[in-house]
Design a protein around this ligand. Structure first.
Ligand code: MSP
Length: 517
């Protein structure tokens, strides 16, 4: 079976997740659900980044132990993953003893390979970003990324010979032009390479909330090295239990946000080269979620809280909104107005009404039993044809990271089914529900139910809970997550003859959202 390993960045556990971080999980989740439906053996990893100065300071300020603090934060993160139906197969914590041991193995390996040397680091450090900066990079002595004051540090540290890998990285991108997705981010990566790569400090003496360097217990791993290693430590790399590593590495897709591009396209690959491990196929870089045109910022009160948002719209609508609204790779913004518009037009009207009108007619004309599939000459012949193109185009869009385009294709099909209702006028046919007409009405109703079932298969990766509800309304007892597109995604694979389930409004219309902000 073809395998598919996908990872996300592991968020810092210093504060509650915000919707920007959840956006990354949604993109990853949609992708893995599609690959599962396409018959791949999928392994989807996420986890938590728990070491470093930022978390040390946050816990200390709250007067509790670091471990206790991160335990609570991790539990909350896992609750949010569940709430948003994120289907990760594993969850790695950087405080797992197994992970810590593997980080130490890797330090030893890099050292044996001559990639580590001791020197003095003197320069700026931004604690919230856990990132070193040169003087010239700061703006008014502040971090160029988060605009908070940077700290001056001077320490004897271990350095990694990043400069050694400049040419190999350039060669890699030339030979694998889709290593960095999308194109704009690839260009950014090439820009960094062209500026030249400098060796950098990979240990700290003052930050003790971390993993000890095995050959010098005075020093602790720089939090980013520790964190990046999660992608292979979760698979048991360098241990006796490395079956997952052998099976799944190299990853097909590593999803991260644009702010951590350099860590994933330069530092991580160089580290892998140093230990002789192949590079991932694609580093997939998304843009930022903004609120209106402002960056999310807790201190400025610009927030998108995953709990509040799910209570307001439901998680399916949120998953739909962000994947439909944003062109993958670019920044995108949430506004209540845009959400209301899409929700009412595309979810409530287009999709919700197709389901409710169809089921109402099946109830009215066939006592709630979906007519059986009659074979070749379906009334919905055009829909049957369109389905084949829709399926192909939707899959091709998603496998090239065009989330929005994928939904556009699905919605074209949904709206073709809506148009079919208008054209076929089942209420007219029902006026004389006998003989040929009876067959005709059966066929119209079956075609509609089949169109709903099929579109719902493709909608499932985006909106898993509502899709399950639609399946149960159609009286189908299969879980859309357990099927293969290849056999169950074919027109006519549904035999009909099921009794429709309890009807409910899938997307109750929303009004005056803007005023509630
Ligand atoms: N701990 C590091 C990642 C280590 S991976 C080995 C980190 N954590 S983070 O919590 O700051 O960010 C986690 C992910 O969320 C990153 O991919 C980041 O780009 C993404 N996002 C953070 N804020 C975001 C938005 N406002 N919008 C979209 N993604 C955002 O970096």
């Amino acid at each position: 079976m073809k395998r598919f390993y996908l990872t996300t960045a592991i968020p810092y556990m210093n504060e509650k997740l915000h919707l920007g971080q959840v956006y990354e999980f949604i993109l990853a989740d949609v992708m893995t659900r599609f690959y599962r439906m396409m018959g791949y053996d999928v392994f989807f990893l996420t986890g938590s980044d728990e070491h470093g100065q930022k978390i040390f300071k946050t816990a200390a300020a709250k007067g509790i132990s670091q471990k206790k603090y991160v335990d609570g934060m991790v539990a909350d993160m896992q609750r949010i993953l569940k709430l948003y139906c994120i289907s990760n197969d594993a969850f790695i914590r950087t405080t797992d003893p197994g992970h810590e041991k593997i980080v130490q193995n890797i330090f030893n390996k890099m050292n044996d390979n001559g990639d580590i040397y001791k020197s003095t680091y003197e320069g700026w450090y931004c604690v919230p970003c856990e990132t070193f900066f040169q003087d010239s990079q700061l703006i008014d002595k502040k971090c160029p990324q988060c605009s908070r004051p940077a700290e001056w540090i001077k320490e004897d540290n271990y350095f990694f010979r990043l400069s050694r890998y400049e040419d190999r990285l350039m060669k890699h991108i030339e030979q694998n032009p889709d290593f960095v997705i999308p194109e704009i981010r690839k260009n950014e990566f090439i820009g960094f390479l062209k500026q030249g790569l400098k060796d950098f400090s990979i240990s700290r003496t003052t930050v003790k909330w971390g993993i000890q360097i095995p050959f010098d217990p005075e020093q602790y791993s720089y939090v980013w090295i520790d964190a990046l290693i999660n992608y292979i430590s979760a698979l048991g790399y360098s241990t006796e239990n490395d079956a997952l590593f052998k099976k799944y590495w190299p990853a097909q897709q590593q999803h991260v946000g644009k702010d951590i591009l350099k860590f994933h396209t330069i530092i991580w690959p160089a580290l892998l080269m140093s230990i002789g491990v192949p590079l991932p196929e694609h580093v997939v870089i998304h843009g930022w979620i903004m609120k209106g045109d402002e960056k999310l910022s807790k201190s400025k009160g610009i927030t998108l809280d995953p709990d509040e948002m799910s209570a307001r719209y439901g998680i399916d609508a949120i998953r739909y909104f962000f994947t439909r609204e944003i062109s993958f790779g670019l920044d995108g913004s949430f506004t209540a107005e845009a959400m209301q518009k899409r929700y009412n037009a595309e979810l409530s009207n287009d999709y919700g009404n197709l389901v409710s009108r169809t089921l109402a007619m099946i109830d009215k004309y066939r006592n709630g039993v979906i007519p059986a599939h009659a074979g070749q000459d379906e009334e919905g012949g055009k829909l049957k044809q369109l389905w084949e193109t829709t399926k192909k185009e939707a899959v091709s869009a998603i496998t090239s990271w065009n989330y929005s385009e994928c939904l556009v294709r699905i919605w074209e099909f949904v709206n073709a089914a809506n148009k079919f209702i208008e054209d076929a006028r089942p209420w007219e046919v029902a006026k004389d529900d006998s003989g040929k007409n009876r067959k005709k009405l059966d066929s119209i109703l079956y075609s509609l139910a089949e169109s709903i079932r099929l579109s719902t298969l493709l909608v499932f990766p985006f909106m898993p809970t509502v899709s399950r509800r639609i399946f149960s309304q159609l009286g189908i007892d299969k879980d859309p997550g357990d099927i293969l597109l290849e056999d169950y995604g074919v027109w006519g694979a549904f035999e009909g003859n099921t009794r429709t389930g309890r009807r409910e409004i899938l997307f109750p219309r929303i009004e005056n959202e803007k005023d509630k902000d």
